[in-house]
Write a protein that binds this ligand. Structure first.
Ligand code: FES
Length: 241
Protein backbone atom coordinates (compact mmCIF):
# COMPACT_ATOMS: atom_id res chain seq x y z
CA UNK A 1 0.00 0.00 0.00
CA UNK A 2 1.26 3.50 -0.82
CA UNK A 3 2.37 5.69 2.09
CA UNK A 4 0.02 8.58 2.83
CA UNK A 5 1.30 12.03 1.85
CA UNK A 6 0.70 15.62 2.80
CA UNK A 7 1.68 18.70 0.83
CA UNK A 8 4.45 21.12 1.75
CA UNK A 9 3.72 23.94 -0.68
CA UNK A 10 3.82 21.93 -3.94
CA UNK A 11 5.89 18.99 -2.65
CA UNK A 12 4.31 15.67 -1.73
CA UNK A 13 5.73 14.53 1.62
CA UNK A 14 5.23 10.86 2.53
CA UNK A 15 4.86 10.07 6.21
CA UNK A 16 4.37 7.26 8.70
CA UNK A 17 2.00 7.12 11.61
CA UNK A 18 3.33 9.10 14.55
CA UNK A 19 5.47 11.49 12.51
CA UNK A 20 5.10 15.24 12.87
CA UNK A 21 5.24 17.66 9.97
CA UNK A 22 8.84 18.42 10.99
CA UNK A 23 10.05 14.81 11.18
CA UNK A 24 8.36 13.84 7.90
CA UNK A 25 9.68 16.90 6.05
CA UNK A 26 13.18 16.28 7.39
CA UNK A 27 13.02 12.59 6.43
CA UNK A 28 12.01 13.67 2.92
CA UNK A 29 15.21 15.75 2.69
CA UNK A 30 13.75 19.22 3.13
CA UNK A 31 14.53 21.83 5.75
CA UNK A 32 12.25 23.78 8.06
CA UNK A 33 14.09 26.35 10.23
CA UNK A 34 14.15 25.33 13.87
CA UNK A 35 16.04 25.78 17.12
CA UNK A 36 14.25 23.87 19.90
CA UNK A 37 13.53 20.75 17.84
CA UNK A 38 15.93 17.82 18.04
CA UNK A 39 15.22 14.45 16.44
CA UNK A 40 16.20 12.54 19.59
CA UNK A 41 14.05 14.58 21.98
CA UNK A 42 10.39 15.08 22.79
CA UNK A 43 9.06 18.06 20.80
CA UNK A 44 9.00 21.26 22.77
CA UNK A 45 7.30 23.80 20.50
CA UNK A 46 8.81 26.83 22.20
CA UNK A 47 11.04 28.68 19.72
CA UNK A 48 8.29 29.03 17.05
CA UNK A 49 10.84 29.20 14.25
CA UNK A 50 9.27 26.20 12.59
CA UNK A 51 5.98 28.01 11.93
CA UNK A 52 3.94 26.89 8.93
CA UNK A 53 0.38 27.61 7.91
CA UNK A 54 -2.24 24.85 7.90
CA UNK A 55 -5.88 25.58 7.08
CA UNK A 56 -5.17 29.28 7.50
CA UNK A 57 -3.74 28.83 11.00
CA UNK A 58 -0.13 29.27 12.08
CA UNK A 59 1.17 26.04 13.61
CA UNK A 60 4.52 24.75 14.84
CA UNK A 61 5.74 22.04 12.45
CA UNK A 62 7.59 20.27 15.25
CA UNK A 63 4.44 19.57 17.30
CA UNK A 64 1.84 19.15 14.55
CA UNK A 65 1.07 15.53 13.66
CA UNK A 66 1.25 14.76 9.94
CA UNK A 67 -2.12 13.99 8.38
CA UNK A 68 -2.99 12.63 4.94
CA UNK A 69 -3.66 15.28 2.27
CA UNK A 70 -3.00 18.15 4.70
CA UNK A 71 -1.85 21.33 2.92
CA UNK A 72 1.10 22.90 4.68
CA UNK A 73 2.17 26.35 3.51
CA UNK A 74 5.83 26.96 4.24
CA UNK A 75 7.61 29.36 1.88
CA UNK A 76 5.79 32.68 1.87
CA UNK A 77 7.11 36.21 2.27
CA UNK A 78 5.00 36.68 5.41
CA UNK A 79 6.13 33.45 7.12
CA UNK A 80 9.77 34.15 6.29
CA UNK A 81 9.37 37.66 7.67
CA UNK A 82 7.86 36.26 10.89
CA UNK A 83 10.69 33.73 11.22
CA UNK A 84 13.21 36.53 10.74
CA UNK A 85 11.49 38.62 13.42
CA UNK A 86 11.71 35.72 15.87
CA UNK A 87 15.46 35.54 15.22
CA UNK A 88 15.79 39.31 15.56
CA UNK A 89 14.02 39.13 18.90
CA UNK A 90 16.35 36.38 20.11
CA UNK A 91 19.33 38.52 19.14
CA UNK A 92 17.86 41.48 21.03
CA UNK A 93 17.11 39.42 24.14
CA UNK A 94 20.63 38.05 24.56
CA UNK A 95 24.21 39.16 24.10
CA UNK A 96 24.91 37.56 20.74
CA UNK A 97 28.06 39.38 19.76
CA UNK A 98 29.01 37.10 16.90
CA UNK A 99 32.43 38.54 15.97
CA UNK A 100 33.77 37.80 19.46
CA UNK A 101 31.88 34.56 20.11
CA UNK A 102 33.75 31.25 20.24
CA UNK A 103 31.00 29.42 18.36
CA UNK A 104 30.72 31.91 15.50
CA UNK A 105 30.35 29.83 12.34
CA UNK A 106 28.98 26.86 14.30
CA UNK A 107 26.07 28.73 15.89
CA UNK A 108 22.58 27.79 14.74
CA UNK A 109 21.09 31.16 15.69
CA UNK A 110 23.71 33.01 13.67
CA UNK A 111 23.30 30.60 10.75
CA UNK A 112 19.52 31.07 10.75
CA UNK A 113 19.96 34.83 10.84
CA UNK A 114 22.05 34.61 7.66
CA UNK A 115 19.63 32.14 6.10
CA UNK A 116 16.61 34.32 6.78
CA UNK A 117 18.31 37.44 5.48
CA UNK A 118 18.57 39.26 8.81
CA UNK A 119 20.73 42.37 8.49
CA UNK A 120 19.83 44.05 11.80
CA UNK A 121 17.35 43.69 14.65
CA UNK A 122 14.30 45.90 14.77
CA UNK A 123 14.10 45.32 18.51
CA UNK A 124 16.01 47.33 21.09
CA UNK A 125 18.76 45.19 22.64
CA UNK A 126 18.22 44.30 26.30
CA UNK A 127 21.90 43.67 27.07
CA UNK A 128 21.16 41.22 29.92
CA UNK A 129 23.71 40.86 32.70
CA UNK A 130 23.18 37.40 34.15
CA UNK A 131 25.88 35.70 36.14
CA UNK A 132 28.32 33.49 34.26
CA UNK A 133 29.30 30.10 35.73
CA UNK A 134 32.85 28.86 35.34
CA UNK A 135 32.63 26.23 38.09
CA UNK A 136 32.60 23.18 35.83
CA UNK A 137 35.96 21.87 34.62
CA UNK A 138 34.73 21.22 31.06
CA UNK A 139 31.73 23.44 30.37
CA UNK A 140 31.48 27.19 30.84
CA UNK A 141 28.02 28.80 31.09
CA UNK A 142 27.37 32.21 29.53
CA UNK A 143 23.76 32.80 30.53
CA UNK A 144 23.42 35.86 28.37
CA UNK A 145 23.59 33.72 25.26
CA UNK A 146 20.83 31.33 26.38
CA UNK A 147 17.81 31.22 24.04
CA UNK A 148 15.78 28.99 26.41
CA UNK A 149 15.24 26.25 23.85
CA UNK A 150 15.72 23.74 26.69
CA UNK A 151 17.70 21.35 24.50
CA UNK A 152 20.13 20.99 27.42
CA UNK A 153 17.45 20.39 30.07
CA UNK A 154 15.65 17.86 27.88
CA UNK A 155 18.74 16.03 26.65
CA UNK A 156 20.08 15.74 30.21
CA UNK A 157 16.77 14.26 31.34
CA UNK A 158 15.87 12.16 28.30
CA UNK A 159 19.25 11.08 26.92
CA UNK A 160 21.66 11.24 29.88
CA UNK A 161 19.04 10.35 32.53
CA UNK A 162 20.20 13.20 34.76
CA UNK A 163 18.45 16.20 36.20
CA UNK A 164 21.07 18.88 35.52
CA UNK A 165 19.37 22.00 34.15
CA UNK A 166 16.15 23.91 34.65
CA UNK A 167 14.64 27.22 33.62
CA UNK A 168 13.48 29.72 36.23
CA UNK A 169 12.25 33.32 36.38
CA UNK A 170 9.94 35.10 33.97
CA UNK A 171 10.18 37.39 30.96
CA UNK A 172 13.53 39.17 30.74
CA UNK A 173 14.45 37.70 34.16
CA UNK A 174 14.32 34.11 32.87
CA UNK A 175 17.51 32.21 33.46
CA UNK A 176 19.06 28.77 33.10
CA UNK A 177 19.72 27.13 36.44
CA UNK A 178 21.90 24.21 37.49
CA UNK A 179 20.30 21.68 39.81
CA UNK A 180 22.82 21.53 42.65
CA UNK A 181 22.80 22.81 46.23
CA UNK A 182 25.17 25.61 45.29
CA UNK A 183 23.38 26.33 42.02
CA UNK A 184 26.72 25.87 40.26
CA UNK A 185 27.16 23.59 37.27
CA UNK A 186 30.40 22.25 38.72
CA UNK A 187 28.42 20.70 41.59
CA UNK A 188 26.05 18.77 39.29
CA UNK A 189 26.66 15.31 37.80
CA UNK A 190 27.19 16.71 34.28
CA UNK A 191 30.17 15.10 32.56
CA UNK A 192 32.02 16.14 29.43
CA UNK A 193 30.70 13.06 27.56
CA UNK A 194 27.02 13.78 28.27
CA UNK A 195 24.88 14.68 25.28
CA UNK A 196 23.63 17.71 27.21
CA UNK A 197 27.15 19.09 27.33
CA UNK A 198 27.28 19.45 23.53
CA UNK A 199 23.73 20.10 22.41
CA UNK A 200 23.55 23.88 22.93
CA UNK A 201 22.70 25.46 19.55
CA UNK A 202 24.33 28.76 20.52
CA UNK A 203 27.27 29.68 22.77
CA UNK A 204 25.61 29.40 26.17
CA UNK A 205 27.03 26.02 27.17
CA UNK A 206 30.55 26.31 25.94
CA UNK A 207 33.18 23.56 26.01
CA UNK A 208 36.20 24.99 27.83
CA UNK A 209 38.69 23.10 25.70
CA UNK A 210 39.19 22.81 21.99
CA UNK A 211 37.70 26.12 20.88
CA UNK A 212 39.30 27.85 17.90
CA UNK A 213 40.83 24.62 16.54
CA UNK A 214 38.97 25.33 13.31
CA UNK A 215 39.43 28.98 12.37
CA UNK A 216 36.43 31.25 11.95
CA UNK A 217 35.65 31.27 8.24
CA UNK A 218 36.09 27.50 7.90
CA UNK A 219 33.42 26.29 10.30
CA UNK A 220 30.15 24.39 9.69
CA UNK A 221 27.97 27.22 8.54
CA UNK A 222 30.82 29.15 6.96
CA UNK A 223 31.07 26.24 4.55
CA UNK A 224 27.36 25.55 3.99
CA UNK A 225 24.18 27.41 4.95
CA UNK A 226 22.06 25.83 7.64
CA UNK A 227 19.23 24.88 5.26
CA UNK A 228 21.75 22.61 3.49
CA UNK A 229 23.98 21.55 6.40
CA UNK A 230 21.18 21.05 8.95
CA UNK A 231 21.12 21.91 12.63
CA UNK A 232 22.83 19.03 14.28
CA UNK A 233 26.56 18.75 14.69
CA UNK A 234 28.35 15.40 14.36
CA UNK A 235 29.27 15.46 18.08
CA UNK A 236 25.63 16.03 18.94
CA UNK A 237 24.62 12.49 17.94
CA UNK A 238 23.05 11.61 14.65
CA UNK A 239 23.39 14.22 11.95
CA UNK A 240 20.14 15.13 10.22
CA UNK A 241 19.37 17.62 7.51
FE1 FES B 1 9.20 24.03 16.51
FE2 FES B 1 11.00 25.31 18.05
S1 FES B 1 11.38 23.94 16.41
S2 FES B 1 8.83 25.50 18.02
Amino acid sequence: MNEPVFWLDDKAIPFRDGQTVMTAVTAAGHYIPHLCHHPDLTPHGSCRLCIVQIDGRIRAACTTPAQANMKVTFDTTLLNQQRRQIVELLFAEGNHLCPSCEVSGNCQLQALAYDLGMTHSEFAPLYPQRETDGSHPDIFVDQDRCIFCELCTRSARELDQKNIFGISGRGSHTYLLAHSDSGKLGDTALTETDRAAHICPVGCLLPRNGNYQIPIGERLYDAQPIHIRGNHRPDDGEFTP
